[in-house]
Design a protein around this ligand. Structure first.
Ligand SMILES: [Zn+2]
Length: 491
């Protein structure tokens, strides 16, 4: 007994000594992390435009560029992209399997949360939260590492682009509500909008009422809101490292409507350049260039429109997901005599109607096989894959891995569609661009780090979207997010 007591006492002394050491250890960290994600920004856009002074030019010259950063999963869409950048992992682990996915059999949006309500705008609107995001983010890890002294704010026009990057316990996340034409939040974060957000909505009433999705004013409002968050929440002014996540959404929305390299999209990028220039000035003044770490990336790239490609004799084709669903269901009805055997399509995944299969006493595997064959019928589709049996398919390992890394059981559909490379998901009469596939167009994204402890330079070695969170955390000497599969890029 006494021996045991002596051992325990010894262990206690060691523990106390260790905790003393921990308290003494001073780790150098920046005052602020700024995450800037540009929705649907193709990597080649960095080198496509004549940038002005202070914006992209400064990022390109003063930052470190990773010129070959790839998304390692499909579907390459907004919610999955934002979640993956900030968690350092993929849908298979963080659970954000698409912009929409199944939750308890119901098709929901990535940030939908019926237990919460909207704050600001129309307060009867459905609430939103990051609860569907299973793993931790950079911001969550910052809080764990600083005993919850670190503070984060997330800003974007799109709800998912504001909510997912900011993690599970930010000061606030704010996004644009098209019904009330104002910046709003959710009861998950607060009961009432802070005064500065209410004032922002008042001061910018006219701009907020305009077509923010397709005009440069949407970009200006995003950065104006981010600047107000920086000032009013005093980010970067406390004892711990704070974080500000900004996502530019109208680059994506406008490109879906008018296409890559359309004058409207070009004008948004030129405005984005000016906004970044102004924002870097603000950061330099308030925080100091060497005291903040900024990274710029994208949630996914974009496939050029059918018309842009074919007008110049380049291969392209169109395939429209909702039409494919109708056609496949018709084919299955002919075979099995039951309507709507495929319940839904969510971008490139299709889920079977389990209730209909059960009540008609059909063989699930037989229906699934028939559904794959029906979906694979159009010439534009290379494979319709039964993901539960993916290892039996003679498809390239690269593709297999990307499908697996993007698949979350019960949330993803059990059938995954791989269109032929270069196929635009949309109707032939549409002018816009799209994304979601494994191809270079959709999966090659820009990545630049600038500021604290970053020496200018560039590399074309292969890096991954999941490396972003791993790098930020390694630089700060904090534990990477709990699902992180990336590798720190310490060049
Ligand atoms: Zn999009």
């Amino acid at each position: 007994m006494t021996k045991l007591f002596a051992l325990q006492k010894k262990a206690l002394v060691v523990l106390l000594l260790m905790s003393g050491l921990c308290a003494m250890a001073q780790v150098e960290r920046p005052r602020l992390i700024v995450g800037l994600v540009v929705d649907q920004m193709r990597w080649d856009y960095l080198y496509n435009y004549q940038w002005g002074e202070g914006g992209f030019k400064t990022l390109l010259h003063d930052g470190y560029r990773f010129n070959n950063t790839i998304i390692d999963y499909v579907p390459t869409v907004t919610a999955a992209g934002h979640a993956s950048i900030y968690t350092g992992t993929t849908p298979a682990f963080h659970g954000i399997a698409g912009n929409n996915f199944l939750l308890h059999g119901k098709n929901v949006t990535s940030v939908q949360d019926d237990t919460e309500r909207g704050v600001g705008g129309n307060e009867k609107t459905r609430g939103k939260s990051p609860r569907n995001l299973i793993t931790t983010t950079i911001a969550d890890q910052l809080q764990l590492a600083t005993n919850f002294k670190s503070r984060t704010v997330g800003i974007a026009l799109k709800d998912r682009a504001a909510i997912l990057p900011a993690g599970h316990h930010p000061v606030g996340a704010y996004w644009y509500d098209g019904d009330s034409k104002s910046m709003v939040s959710s009861t998950y974060y607060m009961d009432k909008l802070p005064k500065w957000v209410a004032n922002f909505n008042k001061q910018h009433r006219d701009e907020l009422a305009s077509d923010v999705y397709n005009l440069p004013v949407g970009t200006t409002l995003t950065f104006a809101m981010a600047e107000q968050a920086l000032i009013n929440e005093q980010l970067g002014q406390g004892d711990a490292t704070d974080m500000l996540t900004i996502s530019v959404s109208n680059t994506d929305m406008c490109s879906h409507s008018f296409g890559t390299h359309s004058p409207k999209v070009d004008s948004i990028y030129m405005q984005l350049d000016r906004e970044i220039a102004h924002f870097i000035e603000v950061l330099d003044q308030r925080i100091g260039r060497g005291n903040y770490l900024l990274f710029l990336s994208a949630d996914h790239g974009g496939t050029h429109s059918y018309h842009r490609m074919t007008a110049h004799g380049l291969p392209s084709a169109c395939w429209h997901n909702p039409d494919a669903l109708v056609a496949a269901n018709k084919e299955l009805e002919n075979q099995f005599g039951v309507k709507k055997l495929i319940q839904d399509e969510m971008e490139y995944t299709f889920c079977l109607n389990h209730a209909a299969i059960d009540s008609a006493r059909l063989d699930y595997n037989l229906v699934k096989r028939a559904a794959c064959l029906a979906l694979e019928q159009p010439e534009e589709i290379q494979w319709a894959i039964d993901v539960e049996n993916i290892d039996t398919y003679p498809i390239p390992t690269l593709l297999k891995e990307r499908i697996k890394l993007g698949y979350f059981p019960q949330r993803s559909g059990e059938i995954y569609i791989v269109p032929r490379t270069g196929v635009y998901a949309g109707k032939i009469e549409w002018a816009g661009s799209n994304h979601g596939t494994w191809s270079q167009s959709d999966s090659h994204i820009p990545l630049i780090f600038m500021g604290w402890h970053v020496t200018p330079g560039e590399t074309s070695r292969l890096t991954h979207m999941t490396d972003i969170a791993a790098t930020v955390c390694a630089m700060l000497h904090i534990q990477a997010p709990n699902g992180c599969i990336g590798t720190p890029l310490i060049e």
